[in-house]
Each structure stands twice: as structure tokens, then as C-alpha cells.
Design a protein around this ligand. Structure first.
Ligand code: BTN
Length: 319
């Protein structure tokens, strides 16, 4: 698609890109260039144009559509990429293509119109500001250990963010927190036939540039972005590359250890949200006050509730 090639060229040039250069590079007319630029603008990109100088990408400067297969250096992740300006949900799309793609295929978008959160919730997914992607995995492991992948990717996201000097906490099972604001979440979906997993889709959403006031009112007190909570501006492409790099390494180590996450659980323990105080947990049996003790090596939350150590497999930390 030429519009994506043009967008990539604009994203990778700091300065103006002349219309002449785009015509020559893509072997198209000036009118065709102009039509592609118009298409991008209609979709929400802001592109400055000046007759003598050409075009310049104004928003979003760090468009994730500039990422391509060469951006990822690992063994196999990111070798197949499906890009969208807007899509209902990257997880939903990943589900449609999973049987036909290789392990490590990525679905990336600038916007979701029906972004999915956990527990049937929706995920706030405006254009151009945040990260929304899904990765397709085909692990040949017992079903029971696969839910642990949520922890593996959560720790990978935290580690990747720390490379940008952003320290987050992980709220069990998979919320990415800065202070008391949720800045990201992970939706893992497992498709199996009987006892055999066909594929696992891990969907990652991280609020990067959204301003506090961008969030719908009902989310303002509980959700934030990297920018709104820390003032830092992170390049979304660089962060995705870092997450995939770290996750790929941890994923293959997880596979080689038959799903053991002892090392990862140790890291998780260090950055667990709410460890220092009393928290409220919802479990099958209702709401209970307790203290987080750590993560069991099978991914369960260990909590001290009324002096009794409990393993929690399904539930949520409320505060
Ligand atoms: C949560 O509720 O905390 C999980 C949110 C997961 C959101 C991401 S955004 C990319 C991927 N596609 C979706 O529809 N959801 C996940």
C-alpha cells in the first residue's frame, strides 16, 4: 500500500519531504501523492504541506505504522505484521488470522473501535496516542501452564518501560500501574481443542500520550497514561520494539522450561502493586481484605487473608 510507504517516509524524515521525492520514489504522479496524503488526513493523520517544501508529518509523529518486519531483530517475533489505521480490536483480528500465520505474528493499530478489556469491558482506544497490539503464539505446552503467559508479558512490559526510565507496578493479574492509575492492561485469550492449545493471543494496551482529559469521565480517576502520570514522552515504536525483544527472549525461555516461571515470579514479586499495604480482593466468595504475599510459581496470587495464606486463581484486586 503506497499510502503506508509514504507515511513511513514522512515518519522517518525529521524535516520536509518534497512531493518530487515521493513521486520519484514511488513512481507516481504529484496528484497521486496528493491523493494518498488526503487519504491519510481523512483517517486522522495531521500532515503539514507547503507548496515549495512538500509534506511533514505532524501527528502522530511516532506512528506505529512505521514499524515493519525489519524493525524486529529477534528470532521469529514480528516477522509477520498486520497494520491498521483503525480496526475493531487487534485481538479479534488476531483470532481470525491465527491459523494462517506463523508464531509471533503481530497485529498493530493506531485506533480500535471496539477495543476489548478483561471481563467483557471495553478498552479506551483513541487514534494516534497509545499502543494497541496483539501477538499470536502457538506454544506446544500443556494448557494448564499457558495462563502464566499473562505474567510473562506483564513483566516484559514493565522491564521494557524501565529502559525508558518509567517504573510501573503490576497489579495482579495483569494491570500496569503508575501510582494508583492504570496505564495499561493485557488481555490473553486461549483457543484450544480439547486438551491441545491451538493458539494464544496476547493483547497489550498501553496508554502513552493520552492527556488526563482525553479519558472518558468514568475512567479519569482510575486510568492514566505514561505522559499524564509522569510527563514523559516515549516513542511508541521504540517501546513496542523493546517489549517484543524482551518478551521473545522470556517466551522461549518459558517454553524451554516447560512453562516454569519461577524467575519471572521473583521479578513480579518485586514490582507487585499493593504489596506494602492492605488491599481488597474479590474472589469467588466475595470481597475480602488481605495482604499480598507474592506470586505462586503457577501464576496464582498468594494473599494473607485473616491470617490464612490463600492461593487465588480468579479474582481481582480492587484497591
Ligand atoms: C484489561 O482489561 O486490562 C485488558 C486490556 C487489553 C487491551 C488490549 S489493546 C490491544 C488488544 N486488543 C483488544 O481488543 N484488547 C487488547
Amino acid at each position: 500500500m503506497i499510502w503506508r510507504e509514504i507515511l513511513k517516509k514522512l515518519a522517518n524524515s525529521r524535516d520536509w519531504t518534497s512531493s518530487k521525492l515521493l513521486c520519484e520514489k514511488f513512481n507516481i504522479s504529484r496528484t497521486a501523492v496528493w491523493k494518498h496524503i488526503n487519504y491519510l488526513e481523512e483517517k486522522g493523520f495531521i500532515i503539514d504541506s507547503q507548496p515549495k517544501r512538500g509534506y511533514k508529518l505532524v501527528f502522530p509523529k511516532d506512528t506505529i505504522l512505521a514499524l515493519d518486519e525489519d524493525s524486529f531483530e529477534g528470532q521469529s517475533f514480528g516477522k509477520d505484521i498486520f497494520h491498521f489505521i483503525s480496526i475493531d480490536s487487534t485481538n479479534a483480528y488476531a483470532h481470525q488470522i491465527s491459523d494462517k500465520v506463523r508464531e509471533g505474528a503481530l497485529v498493530l493499530t493506531e485506533q480500535q473501535t471496539a477495543g476489548r478489556g478483561r471481563k467483557g469491558r471495553s478498552w479506551f482506544s483513541p487514534f494516534g496516542k497509545n499502543i494497541y497490539f496483539s501477538i499470536i503464539l502457538k506454544p506446544d505446552l500443556n494448557l494448564t501452564v499457558l495462563t502464566r503467559l499473562t505474567i510473562v508479558i506483564g513483566v516484559s512490559v514493565a522491564e521494557a518501560l524501565s529502559k525508558f526510565k518509567i517504573n510501573v507496578k503490576l497489579k495482579w493479574p495483569n494491570d500496569i500501574m503508575i501510582g494508583h492509575k492504570k496505564v495499561g492492561g493485557i488481555l490473553s485469550e486461549l483457543y484450544s481443542e480439547g486438551e491441545v492449545a491451538r493458539y494464544v493471543i496476547l493483547g497489550v494496551g498501553i496508554n502513552i500520550h493520552s492527556e488526563g482529559y482525553d479519558f472518558p469521565e468514568e475512567l479519569r480517576d482510575i486510568a492514566g497514561s505514561i505522559y499524564s502520570t509522569t510527563g514523559a514522552r516515549i516513542d511508541r515504536c521504540r517501546l513496542i520494539i523493546e517489549i517484543i525483544k524482551i518478551f521473545e527472549e522470556k517466551y522461549y525461555s518459558f517454553i524451554s522450561k516447560d512453562g516454569d516461571i519461577e524467575d519471572i515470579a521473583k521479578v513480579w514479586d518485586e514490582i507487585a502493586y499493593g504489596k506494602d499495604r492492605e488491599i481488597m480482593i474479590t474472589t469467588g466468595t466475595g470481597k475480602q481484605k488481605g495482604k499480598i504475599v507474592g506470586l505462586k510459581s503457577d501464576g496464582a496470587l498468594l494473599a494473607n487473608i485473616d491470617g490464612v495464606l490463600k492461593e487465588i486463581y480468579a479474582g481481582e484486586i480492587l484497591i
